[in-house]
Each structure stands twice: as C-alpha cells, then as structure tokens.
Ligand binder design. Structure first.
Ligand code: ADP
Ligand code: MG
Length: 361
C-alpha cells in the first residue's frame, strides 16, 4: 500500500529505536526481509496475535491505547516463555485511511516499543477489501539462552507452589467499569450477577478504580520478572483467560492438580482495598471480586509454578514483593479452589462464570 503512509506512521517514527538495535536488527523496515541476529547459543521465540476492531477493542477506543495494547499483549506472550524481545512485525488491514487514527495508533505502539526496547522491523499494510473492520496482526520475536526451559505448560510438578504477579482480575474489574459507562453491563453479565456486580462497582474506592482502568488500558508485560524467573519457574503462562481457564492448561499439560487457596485470592483484594476488612458487606463483595479473579481475563500478569524455597533464594526482593503464592501443585487432575475450612471444589463450579462469553466488547 501507500509507501508514504508506511513511511509517515511507521518507518520514520520507529527509525530511532531501530537505530539503537543495529546489532540485533541489521536490516529493518524497507527491504524485502528484515534480518535479525540472535546472540550465540540462543533460541528464537515467536508469537502472533490478531486484533479485530469491534471484537477485541471498541470501534471508538482511543487508538493510542489500541497501539500500546496490541504490542503489550504480544510481549506478554514472550514474558510467559521467559524470552527477551528482539523485534516485531505489524500487519494492518484497513477498510479506509484515517490519518488521525493512524497517527495516534503509531504513537501508542511506539511508546510501548520504546518502553520495552522492542523495535518494529517490518510488516504489511493493505486495504481491507469488502471487510468493514480493521485488523491488526503483530508477530513478536524474542530470544533466550539454549539452556532456558521455555516455561512450558507441561513442566509443573507436584510439590511446586503456584504464584502470580500483581492482582489477577484487576483488568476485568476495569472492563466492568467500562461496560458500565457504555451501558453494556446488562448485556455482558448473567442476570443474577447484575445486582452484586453493581454493588461492587459502587463501593470500589477511587484509587483501586484507577488501577483497574490502568490494568485494562495500559497492561504492562512482565518481561523483567520473566527473565528473573529463568532457572526458577517451571511452568508459566500469562493470564489472558482468567485463572480458571489458564490454570486448566497447566493442569492438563502437566497431568497434575492445581489447588488455589481462596483466602490467598481474597488477601490480594484486601491488599489493594484495605478498608474492605471493615466493610459491612465484606463477604459478598469479596465473593464477587474473587470470582472476577477466577474468570476475568486480559490481565497479562504472569502465573507460574516454582519451588517456594527456590523463589525466596533466587528472586530479587522487589520482584518477590510483587509475586504472590496463591496455591500448590499436587498429584491429580484439574483446578480446585481450597476454602478456609480446607474443602475443595472445582474452580469452574466455585466461580459463577461471570460473562456470557469471553467478555470482549
Ligand atoms: P513488499 O512488496 O516487499 O511486501 P511493502 O511495500 O509491503 O513491500 O512494504 C515495504 C516495506 O515496508 C517492507 O520492508 C515492509 O516490511 C515495510 N512495511 C509495510 N507495512 C508496514 C507496517 N505496517 N509496519 C512496519 N513496516 C511495514
Ligand atoms: Mg507487502
């Protein structure tokens, strides 16, 4: 497509970042192929994601945030494998050319690329033909030493502890606020969930509300943590489908059972909302919030299994501080929630499946 458009929104704005990576990307945008140089004894990691307007983001969503998020969710896949970013490609299929949108999208994308030192190395730009929606496909490439395990989902072992970074469900809480603003809550929730959810949204303090919005709109891929977890974590993934869906992948691939401590999840919410302990409706609020953790996606936080002692010995204190032990790996199958009285329930039965579908707009 228009050479001028590619130059204006991609080649030119990203040229500085590309120049800083001349060792690893000797040839970037503008030639037939980009050329990437792996450090000696490293392996290449590749991940691709497509975003469709109206499906994965709102049509009228701020394009700066769309740009940031498009790269952030791809980088989160690298983090989940413990790889360092090398570069990414961008394929845009556009129904029409909107210069304001492209300019803002490019800015958001560049901000994320600069923040995580990941240059744009090439791509493709086409008209969408009869398709009415824009699609954005990113492929991100990364590398890690040959000795690195890749944190495969099948690596979890009985005796490991289950860990998360941050607060799983925070982005979903942000999405619930967004749905509320757009008058879409009723459509998105099961009818019996509407009242309890509205109650939570009305009670959440401003500070936590801001954090939830940030988690939704400016997710931070945990690349630094992922690198520090090499040699420590066994199985890892990024939380894109909620604890329930994502942990099931680990349990199935590893042939183990994951037991999540309900009180640990509640503690995470209380940590983020300390006054909750004095709230007269504490129990019902916590019930909705922990359910959001179990079923809410798009957090792009990491979840991994690792020996608890290893974690304490090898992880720097700042990273250990934001890592939380939420459960354990045992012999068996499936993902269970362990209540305060030690009773076990399948996570799927425990949580009341918050959304009709994946929760996308
Ligand atoms: P080709 O005919 O080789 O596919 P194009 O005209 O599609 O070349 O693209 C010209 C150059 O611009 C290529 O190096 C390509 O990688 C790059 N490019 C095209 N679209 C994008 C984009 N959206 N982002 C980054 N680079 C792009
Ligand atoms: Mg092309």
């Amino acid at each position: 497509m228009e050479f001028d458009l590619i130059h204006r929104y991609f080649t030119q704005p990203f040229s500085g970042l590309l120049g800083e990576h001349i060792q690893t990307v000797p040839v970037g945008i503008g030639d037939d192929c980009a050329v990437l140089q792996l450090p000696p004894k490293h392996r290449l990691y590749v991940s691709t994601d497509t975003l469709v307007a109206g499906v994965h983001f709102f049509d009228d969503e701020d394009p700066v945030l769309v740009g940031w998020k498009a790269l952030a969710c791809n980088l989160s896949d690298l983090a989940a494998s413990g790889a360092d970013p090398l570069g990414f490609t961008l394929c845009l299929s556009l129904p029409s050319i909107n210069h304001d949108w492209l300019n803002a999208f490019s800015q958001g994308l560049l901000a994320c690329a600069q923040h995580h030192r990941c240059p744009l190395v090439g791509g493709d730009t086409t008209g969408a033909g009869v398709n009415l929606q824009a699609t954005i496909t990113l492929s991100v490439m990364g590398c890690a030493p040959e000795a690195h395990t890749g944190f495969h989902r099948g690596n979890a072992l009985p005796g490991d502890a289950v860990w998360v970074s941050g607060l799983p469900g925070l982005a979903r809480l942000g999405l619930l606020f967004e749905f509320q603003v757009r008058g879409l809550l009723k459509q998105a929730l099961r009818s019996e969930q509407l009242e309890p959810t509205l109650h939570v949204l009305a009670q959440v303090p401003e500070g936590l509300k801001d954090q939830a919005r940030q988690a939704l709109t400016r997710p931070q891929p945990r690349l630094e943590l992922a690198k520090a977890l090499r040699g420590v974590a066994r199985a890892a993934l990024d939380l894109s489908d909620g604890l329930s869906g994502d942990l099931a992948h680990v349990a199935t691939s590893s042939g183990v059972q994951l037991q999540i401590h309900h009180q640990a999840i509640e503690r995470l919410w209380i940590q983020a909302w300390p006054d909750l302990v004095h709230h007269s409706d504490k129990d019902s609020l916590l019930r909705v919030l922990s359910d959001i953790s179990y079923t809410g996606g798009d957090d792009f936080e990491l979840c991994w299994t690792a020996n608890a002692l290893h974690m304490k010995q090898h992880l720097a204190s700042n990273l250990l501080h934001t890592s939380h032990q939420i459960g354990q790996v045992v012999e068996g199958r499936g993902v269970m929630v362990q209540a305060a009285d030690d009773t076990l329930l399948p996570m799927q039965a425990h949580s009341f499946n918050h959304f009709h579908d994946g929760g996308h707009p």
